[in-house]
Design a binder for this molecule. Sequence first.
Ligand SMILES: N[C@@H](CCC(=O)N[C@@H](CS)C(=O)NCC(=O)O)C(=O)O
Length: 206
Amino acid sequence: MQLLANTTSPFVRIARTAMIEKGFDIEPTLVDPWADDARLRVANSATRVPTLVLDDGTPLAECLLIVQWLELMRPAPDWPGLTGKGADAAGILSRTGIAIGAIEASTITITTRKVTAPVPFDETPVGLRRRRSMVEGMQRLEAQAAAIAGSGTPTLDAIAAVTLYDYQQLRFGDKPWLPATPRLKALADTWNARPSFARTKPYMSA
Ligand SMILES: N[C@@H](CCC(=O)N[C@@H](CS)C(=O)NCC(=O)O)C(=O)O
């Protein structure tokens, strides 16, 4: 299989971390989604990363669908269960939803800057709405951080929360509006010692 990816996308990181946890530790194929890379155009009509091309050629887009496929193909207890079971599942999915909302607000902000430049998007009414989503999402996760597993194997809420935290540091770490989230930081510090997180940390490529 082939994972079409870049080095910054938080959606890629969620998919890749989950894949590594499920034993699919493959080297990603790096593409620039903004350059209409032919491999990505063919595999994904939306031309977005991550796109996972299975061995039989079936392309899977959308990080949470990739996670769903992984859960089906490599279920617990033989593999780490990412979405929990029974009563745990609702909380895990709820917290994952908060993180995804903030991640989307963050990537939309970065993307929309490209559209409005040289007018800065961030301070427009819509930009400020997206910022509120980031800030509130981080604060709500901070308040619920104790419920997110900090040991054993990571569940999807931990993957998404750490992905959000690290992406915010990469993109907005210098911004005074970014809330202090010491519990999320501690969670990130803990999980980033694990190979599936350490190997997927985002970085700006040259
Ligand atoms: N909902 C998708 C979002 C994927 C996405 O937006 N990826 C961005 C990179 S962070 C991308 O490839 N953007 C290129 C474009 O929008 O043309 C997912 O969960 O995977």
